[in-house]
Design a protein around this ligand. Structure first.
Ligand code: SF4
Length: 406
């Protein structure tokens, strides 16, 4: 039986590389066309090919979302696009429409076709239907609980993918028209304005029900299903998916690294309380919004929602990334990501290690000593007394009370 796949989002080539280096088995990206979030995507066909080459070199796959609900005028270039994806070595497409599935099977048969969560697949009969249409995998709806996932998996031979981490819709994914209604931006064609997360006042007819200053939102907490990884492996799920193509480099690195460690330990049968607590602590450092277990134990409760706050947990603890390192002089070239002062205790981490140190003096490219780093993207040189590599990161040590540990 093959090992479960860790599937990471990537919003651009840099994040794709980080995801692969930090432990993802596969990465899903959006192209410029036919994808939700297509407006934000940095992946044109040539960049997709570069991503495929990088991923393949490290033993990973690239999946491309072709998951908008196509209207008649969207169909024109679809077949050419699918053939291009196949030609450029993409492993799978993720689609939400039977017409896209059929087109892929017809013109690009080497592409695996995965049915998107946008299709709200919540039972084994629906999975059987997709299998009969030629699908290679189904991404179950986030609205399935753990028992349903187990039952569906038992009844169907088609590989199943489930979400384990990231943002949730307050509505059924793929069934919400709030954004369409309020902003004329179609959530199913990549335009969701996240209207559920706006701040609202509650009225009955023309009267405020609550204090008009008391605003609320309809957003849910982010999902964090680390405690269910062993169950999902035992249930023979084939892929564990992280949500968040718009998330930062730091988010991708910390979340993927934590789940990589957890999955590997599950296979070794060595997950004890102390290890799990370290993983949860690590995940709480990824600048999530507050988290809950989503639908894993059934319908989310009031405590799983964010009524009063919108709450991205931006702690600004990610202060720099390593661009280069000279082993002889131990001087690293780093790029500033967030404000920091000198001589603070920091953690330097890469895909397979974390080390603490006190940040040494930093110098700009003209050799001037820096008192405080407050220019994002500025390049600095500093001494790091152990070997680091490109894509390693430096973060502040932030008190737990400043993080979203829920
Ligand atoms: S408005 Fe909110 S619930 Fe609706 S699709 Fe967008 S994020 Fe999901």
């Amino acid at each position: 039986m093959s090992r479960i796949e860790l599937l990471s989002p990537a919003g651009d080539l840099e994040r794709l590389k980080i995801a692969v280096l930090y432990g993802a088995d596969a990465v899903y990206i959006g192209g410029k066309k036919f994808s939700l979030r297509s407006r934000a995507s940095n992946f044109d066909l040539d960049t997709i090919q570069k991503g495929v080459e990088f991923a393949n070199k490290h033993g990973a796959h690239v999946h491309v979302t072709v998951n908008m609900i196509p209207h008649e005028d969207d169909l024109e270039d679809l077949e050419d696009y699918l053939m291009e994806l196949e030609k450029r070595g993409v492993h799978a497409i993720i689609c939400a429409s039977l017409s896209v599935l059929k087109a892929a099977k017809r013109v690009a048969p080497r592409l695996e076709v995965h049915v998107s969560t946008q299709h709200s697949t919540t039972n084994s009969k629906a999975v059987e239907f997709w299998k009969s249409q030629g699908a290679d995998r189904v991404v179950l709806a986030r609205e399935c609980d753990l028992n349903e996932i187990k039952m569906i998996s038992k009844k169907t031979p088609l590989p199943l993918e489930v979400f384990i981490h990231g943002g949730m819709c307050i509505s059924y994914s793929g069934r919400c028209t709030l954004s369409n209604h309020m902003t004329n931006r179609d959530a199913n064609r990549g335009g969701c304005a996240q209207s559920c997360r706006w701040k609202y006042r509650m009225l009955k007819e023309d009267q405020f029900i609550h204090d008009p200053d008391c605003l609320f939102s309809m957003s849910s907490k982010d999902m964090m299903a680390a405690c269910y990884i062993q169950d999902l492996i035992d249930a023979n799920v084939c892929s564990l998916k992280i949500e968040g193509r718009m998330k930062s480099l730091y988010y991708v690195a910390t979340v993927i690294r934590a789940y990589r460690m957890l999955i590997d330990r599950c296979y070794e049968g060595r997950v004890d309380e102390a290890f799990m607590s370290m993983i949860l602590d690590e995940l709480s450092r990824s600048e999530n919004r507050p988290t809950s277990i989503g639908f894993y134990e059934g319908l989310p409760k009031a405590n799983d929602q964010l009524y009063g706050v919108n709450g991205a947990g931006v702690t600004q603890e990610y202060i720099a990334s390593v661009l280069e390192y000279d082993e002889q002089s131990q001087i690293a070239l780093i790029q500033v990501k967030n404000h920091f002062e000198m001589k603070i205790e920091v953690e330097v981490f890469g895909p397979k290690y974390t080390k603490k140190m006190v940040l040494n003096d930093c110098f700009d490219m003209d050799g001037n000593q820096i008192e405080v780093a407050n220019k994002p993207m500025q390049l600095l040189r500093t001494k790091i007394p152990f070997k680091v590599e490109k894509y390693d990161m430096i973060r502040k040590i932030v008190d737990k009370t400043n993080r979203n540990v829920y």
